[in-house]
Design a protein around this ligand. Structure first.
Ligand SMILES: Cc1ncc(C[n+]2csc(CCOP(=O)(O)OP(=O)(O)O)c2C)c(N)n1
Ligand SMILES: [Mg+2]
Length: 1010
């Protein structure tokens, strides 16, 4: 195309070449294809011709016999003849042709030839860009997949449209040179216009609509053009057609079987998109052939049971038995409905004879929430296998049309797809586009033409395909798998289909979509249509087809019979990522104790020294960072640590033991509060960085610290998925400020707090949520501890038995751990405990802001010495704690407010009267330690003090538990801010007044007297 654009510019603009042409006769430049040159008579007409003797030579040869020259020259000379005045047609002298009256027309003719060619090229491009708008994508033939029946005016649907290009009907049989940006010619470099249009129609307007011309990479566009334009490229052998038919039989008959046996059960059937099963299998076959041996999938409800049965190959009796309402669950937890459970299965791929592991990640009802989780798990498996290019492990995500367009997390997930620390090197997305979402039509469910437009942001090609054409579907699946293997980028397959029944099998779709469903009732099943086609082609006989159907029906019947023997449902058989070496064969923890989390002095010193140095030569860091490192070095010398160093020691010591540590979130590399600096930047060499944490020990595990995109939902989901892959990793997600976690609430509610109960799977993800009332206003203040505490499952009214290692037992029983540490050493301990525990639980940590630099919020190395451990509660060790009988008031608190209370007590000199006890682990509530403290201070009033408003923070959680500890015999007084709607005031002085007020209450010994 480019050479024509330039030439057109020359001709239109009247620049110097044109002037030269006018002044000095025909001086065309040779602008031929490099391989073609200008010398042979069989060569085509070059775009521009500069050599008149060459033209003469061609002309003479043509006059002798039109066949002597290439077709393009032939049409060129015919044009000249046709446009010359009558009587000139027989002119034999080339000089006359070039200089005489014919010459006087030749400029116009040349211009016309160029314009016509240009027009044809534009036309080809129009099909490449917009052909999909008129492709026959809807199997029902009633809707337009792009929500628009408008036919782009630049597509040639009728002869009169040729006029748009300055062409007319008589041009249809003229041959035109094809540009290098098309493959419709196959071996031909020219084609008659009629054939060009026919082939473009076949490539772009049939059952496949290819959307790709927005991709800003020429090679990738060429690759796609070649895959869809090359004549005859969509070929299937008879064997391939038979396999496709067999898969379609399984898919269809599975749904029929469920419908027959459980006609009144919800199963979110696949009817109308049965082709999904062969489609997935084709993707897996092709990917296996290119070296993939692990495929991680995520999908919604639609067709999930069928995917489990026929793609992952879960035993059918295991699926069928779940329809039995009397089935008892053998595992702890509340379990989940059958179309949410995950699965993991290793098998041989029949097509390639290679091993392949398929896993389907368990998911909640919340559509698309599983997308980032699948990506995180895929990334982790690639990472632990050293599969940096995604050549071994890949992900497939399935979507519904309404959810794909409507859910923002889809966009967030796409935006992770090319980020170095988050890419999975290409995901294949398959949309079951049944043109409806529950009862809602697409035209009111999205503003974009297709449900897939979100994928355009990452330049992913989108293959729309009519799902009633199984071969077209298989073809796009094949191309999608090759695309991923070639470019390691995302790709979308949009299966335009229909939903034969209601949203679930109980729903009546005629209430809301009467016309669509009238058509659906008339619609022949795809299996019927395809089997008839293959029988007509002689690929299979009717008898063979019927035998295949009977064979699968028998398999289903047998499985159904044996499913009746199942009395117990083991949810652990539905795990998407088992950790066989971590648990016993029965899936239990190997012990019920936790080693102390303290460390050798040598380790502390070594980490401290690396944390305060630059391990690379000639690496110039910013003077401000130098100052921070010097400060750290001073701390290490005095055997002290601040928050950042405590964290460094936790990470560094785990890395030493081969535990991978990954910290992800917005701006985590430096740290929002500029305290961390885990990535050093050379001030003189662009992009030269140093991560000292990776220079600690020779055989250490690697440390990943990565600034994420500005997303919470997507990124937290991703890290949760990452944490699924291995128990031997500490995966942390840090919110920029704790309150931002609520944009990821779905991941917190549906996966983190309840995931183990629903899907019996452990997950040790750590959430770091900066929290604290520091006068920064209603936002940036509260990480909403009340919400996390409200979702904990420990019983407020019941004191558990303090047997065995109570701390560990209690952790084992809880759904997550919520802590608010007041010292760097305790923060370090709790991170280390997270890995030393014999099981995994999510850990929520409210982290400090001002405390990061508070001179009192420091720990000594002794607090981390060998034999020390995490303190769930820090007792008062001062005069009050030493003479508890004299204490009048015990203030329990957690987190930063401790330092404010301690300062106030000092100012009021109430060391002996008031004890201050810190609850470091809030949930599960340390009943044992709190009981001990309460018993110690027999004469004291009990107070809970928090800086948060009364309806927020910890009060509602701790109050009933304290009352249970004292058997309701004593009150637990509240000290803190009054109830409020917003988490904090926007006014600094109000903030300080509030603080003053509750400090006064806390230390006024008559506050609670009537
Ligand atoms: C986040 C979320 N919002 C709402 C729902 C309720 N819901 C369940 S299915 C459904 C329609 C889904 O339509 P589509 O994505 O097209 O999938 P289909 O059922 O058509 O296969 C809705 C709204 C949900 N499950 N998740
Ligand atoms: Mg739908």
């Amino acid at each position: 195309m480019s050479q024509f654009r330039v030439l057109a510019g020359v001709l239109k603009g009247g620049g110097s070449p044109l002037l030269r042409l006018r002044a000095g006769g025909l001086t065309w430049r040779c602008w031929a294809h490099p391989k073609r040159g200008c010398s042979s008579r069989t060569d085509p007409l070059p775009a521009v011709v500069s050599n008149s003797s060459y033209v003469e030579e061609m002309y003479l040869a043509w006059l002798d016999d039109h066949k002597n020259v290439h077709k393009s020259w032939d049409s060129f000379f015919r044009n000249i003849q046709a446009s010359g005045p009558s009587g000139e047609a027989g002119e034999r002298r080339p000089s006359a042709l070039l200089q005489g009256r014919v010459l006087s027309h030749s400029l116009d003719v040349a211009e016309k030839v160029v314009e016509d060619h240009l027009a044809v090229h534009t036309l080809i491009r129009a099909y490449q860009i917009r052909g999909h708008h008129v492709a026959q994508l809807d199997p029902l033939g009633i809707l337009d997949a792009d929500l628009d029946s408008f036919v782009p005016s630049d597509l040639i649907t009728t002869i009169d449209k040729l006029g748009l290009y300055g062409l007319n009907e008589s041009d249809l049989d003229r041959s035109f040179q094809l540009p290098h940006t098309t493959f419709i010619g196959g071996q031909e470099t020219t084609l008659p216009l009629r054939e060009i249009i026919r082939r473009l129609e076949a490539s772009y307007c049939g059952h496949i609509g290819v959307e790709f011309m927005f991709i800003n990479n020429v090679n990738q566009c060429q690759w796609i053009r070649q895959k869809f334009e090359t004549p005859g490229i969509m070929q299937f052998t008879n064997a391939e057609k038979r396999t496709l038919l067999a898969r379609l039989i399984r898919s269809t008959r599975f749904e029929d079987f469920l419908a027959r046996k459980w006609s009144s059960e919800k199963r979110f059937g696949l009817e109308g998109c049965e082709v999904l099963i062969p489609a997935l299998k084709t993707i897996i076959d092709k990917s296996s052939a290119s070296g993939i041996d692990s495929v991680i999938m995520g999908m919604p409800h639609r067709g999930r049971l069928n995917v489990l049965a026929n793609v992952i190959r879960k035993d059918l009796d295991q699926i069928f038995c779940q329809f039995d309402p009397k089935l008892e669950a053998a595992d702890e937890g509340s379990g989940d409905v059958k179309y949410h459970l995950g699965m993991y299965h290793e098998r041989i791929n029949r097509e390639t004879d290679k091993n392949i592991t398929l896993s389907l990640v368990a998911n909640p009802s919340h559509l698309e929430a599983v997308d980032p989780v699948v990506q995180g798990k895929t990334k982790a498996e690639q990472f632990y296998r050293g599969d940096t290019q995604g050549k071994k492990v890949m992900s497939i995500l399935m979507h519904g049309d309404a959810a794909f367009a409507g859910q923002g997390v889809v966009y967030e997930t796409f935006h992770l797809s090319e980020l170095p620390s988050y890419t999975t090197n290409g995901t294949i997305h398959v949309v079951v586009n049944n043109q409806i979402g529950f009862t809602t039509d697409p035209r009111v469910a999205r503003s974009s033409p297709y449900p897939t437009d979100v994928a355009r942001v990452v330049n992913a090609p989108i293959f729309h395909v009519n799902a009633d054409d199984p071969e077209a579907v298989m073809y796009v699946c094949r191309v999608a798998a090759e695309w991923r293997a070639t470019f390691n980028k995302d790709v979308v397959i949009d299966l335009v289909c229909y939903r034969r029944f209601g949203h679930n099998e109980m729903d009546e779709p005629m209430f809301t979509q009467p016309l669509m469903y009238k058509q659906i009732h008339r619609q022949e099943h795809v299996l019927k249509k395809y089997s008839e086609k293959l029988i007509a082609e002689g690929v299979v006989t009717l008898q063979e087809f019927e035998e295949e159907v009977a064979k699968y029906d028998k398999i289903c019947e047998e499985a159904y019979t044996s499913s009746k023997d199942e009395k117990i449902l083991h949810i652990r058989h539905w795990l998407d990522s088992p950790w066989p070496d971590f648990f016993t064969a029965q899936g239990e923890p190997k012990s019920m104790s936790c080693l102390p989390t303290g460390l050798d002095e040598e380790v502390l010193q070594h980490i401290g020294q690396i944390a305060s140095s630059v391990p690379l030569e000639d690496f110039k860091i910013h003077p401000g960072v130098s100052r921070i490192l010097r400060g750290r070095a001073d701390l290490v010398k005095s055997r002290q640590m601040d928050w950042a160093l405590g964290e460094y020691i936790a990470f560094g010591s785990l890395l030493k033991d081969g535990i991978h540590v990954r910290l992800s979130g917005q701006d985590v590399e430096r740290g929002t509060f500029s305290h961390r600096h885990h990535v050093l930047h050379d001030q003189e060499v662009d992009k030269r960085i140093c991560v000292p944490m990776n220079h600690l020990w020779e055989n250490q595990a690697s440390y990943t610290v990565c600034n994420s995109s500005l997303s919470e939902y997507g990124v937290l989901g991703f890290e949760l998925g990452f944490a699924m892959a291995s128990p031997n990793a500490l995966i942390l997600w840090e919110a920029q400020f704790g309150d931002f976690h609520n944009t990821a609430q779905c991941i917190i509610d549906q996966f983190i707090s309840s995931g183990q109960a629903k899907w019996v799977r452990n997950n040790g993800i750590v959430l770091l949520l900066p929290h604290g009332m520091e006068g920064m206003g209603p936002e940036h203040s509260s990480a909403r501890p009340e919400r996390f505490l409200q979702m904990t499952k420990d019983d407020p009214d019941h004191i558990p038995e303090f047997t065995g290692d109570f701390e560990v037992h209690q952790l084992y029983d809880c759904n997550w751990i919520v802590v608010n540490c007041s010292t760097p050493a305790n923060y370090c301990h709790v991170l280390r405990r997270q890995i030393l525990l014999p099981f995994r639980k999510p850990l929520i940590i409210f982290t400090p802001k001002s405390l990061l630099r508070h001179p009192d919020a420091r720990s000594g190395f002794d607090d981390l010495a060998k034999g020390t451990k995490f303190k769930r509660l820090i007792p008062d060790e001062g005069p009050a704690g030493q003479s508890p009988g004299q204490v009048k008031r015990v203030i329990f608190c957690t987190g930063k407010v401790y330092y404010e209370l301690a300062k106030e007590r000092k100012q009021q000199n109430l060391y002996r009267d008031v004890a201050i006890i810190r609850l470091e682990q809030i949930s599960p509530f340390p009943f044992d330690l709190v009981s001990e403290e309460v018993e110690k201070y027999t004469n004291a009033e009990l107070v809970w003090c928090q800086e948060e408003h009364k309806n927020m923070g910890y009060y509602d959680y701790v109050r009933p538990r304290f009352l249970t500890v004292v058997a309701n015999k004593k009150p637990i007084w509240y000290v803190g801010r009054d109830p409020a709607a917003a988490p904090a005031t926007g006014n600094k002085s109000t903030h300080l007044n509030e603080l003053r007020k509750f400090m006064d209450t806390a230390f006024n010994m008559s506050s609670f007297q009537d």
